[in-house]
Design a protein around this ligand. Structure first.
Ligand code: C5P
Length: 291
């Protein structure tokens, strides 16, 4: 049995800047890996007659067939490297909330690609694995790479970013999920063809990260999805205010939401906020950023 952790991501900065002819959007994002993770376990047996992929998941709300990105990742990897007659038995122990803007599905797919590549003695380079990941989803290349990255294009153009070692993050999610295509459609309604849209300057976030000044993130963390998602997810807006009042340096929605993260310099304050949220039946996890 082999194992791989599938880490969630948060967006310290996310600005959607243009709609492309293919329907996707150009964005500028600063993505950060966090310690909240799913675990993938797999048994890979070679030498069979035909390839067989069997997937189970601790969360019964998730489909375990081709609709699951982790299943598609295993299938795509084997077809790409041209290996047949393999039995892949995988299980996902799910801890990242679904449809939450935390990249859970992409994280699982990325972990499966890393795990398969490790098993097959790194047949693909890191860049080749990222190219494969981009076919599965815009966030998959970042989830393969991890750490802190400046992400451009649809999210697949990655530049690693220098940061301070790590800091504490509280991630919370209440209520139902958000459909990512719907969130983008709401932004399109707001910005039309983006011709009159002035992108935000992201340079201050990288300066704050480079000098290790977590407090400075407060004035430059940004997510353009907040304008269209917080009004229809009042629970997320309440969590944001609650985290700020509870001592977070800053609190921001992650991705297309509705999960919200708070950055803390005090672990005690983060744990207190998490305990109070859990008492209200809200998902709350305290973790560290992962380099
Ligand atoms: O790539 P992924 O499957 O994760 O994206 C989900 C959906 O989000 C896409 O089908 C697309 O509608 C939207 N999207 C987008 N621009 C991006 C990333 C995603 O429009 N840069």
């Amino acid at each position: 049995m082999i194992y791989e952790s599938a880490y969630a991501k948060i967006n310290l900065f996310l600005d959607v800047v243009a709609k492309r002819p293919d329907g996707y959007h150009d964005l500028h994002s600063c993505m950060q890996t966090v310690g909240l993770c799913d675990t993938i376990s797999a048994e890979i047996t070679e030498g069979g007659e035909k390839t067989e992929i069997l997937l189970t998941c601790s969360d019964t709300a998730l489909s375990c067939d081709e609709k699951n990105l982790a299943y598609r990742a295993a299938d795509l990897y084997l077809r790409t490297v041209g290996i047949d007659g393999v039995r892949v038995k995988m299980h996902i122990d799910k801890r990242i909330p679904l449809s939450a803007g935390l990249g859970g599905g992409s994280a699982d797919a990325a972990a499966v690609l890393r795990l398969m590549n490790r098993h097959f003695k790194n047949k693909l380079t890191h860049d080749e694995l990222c190219e494969l990941g981009a076919k599965l989803g815009a966030d998959v290349p970042f989830c393969i790479t991890g750490g802190t990255c400046r992400c451009e294009g649809v999210g697949e153009i990655l530049t690693p970013v220098e940061t301070r070692p790590d800091y504490t993050v509280l991630i919370a999610k209440a209520g139902g999920g958000v459909s990512t295509p719907e969130a983008f459609a709401r932004l399109d309604e707001l910005h039309g063809n983006y011709a009159a849209y002035t992108p935000r300057d992201p340079s201050r976030i990288y300066a704050a990260l480079a000098c290790g000044n977590v407090q400075a993130l407060a004035s430059c963390a940004y997510n353009s999805f907040e304008d269209v998602i917080l009004p229809i997810h009042p629970d997320a807006a309440k969590i944001k205010s609650f985290l700020t009042a509870g001592g977070a340096v800053t609190a921001l929605m992650s991705g297309s939401g509705p999960s919200v993260f708070g950055i803390f310099v005090s672990d005690v304050r983060a744990e207190c906020c998490a305990a109070a949220l859990r008492k209200q039946g809200i998902f709350a996890a305290v973790c560290r950023t992962v380099g």
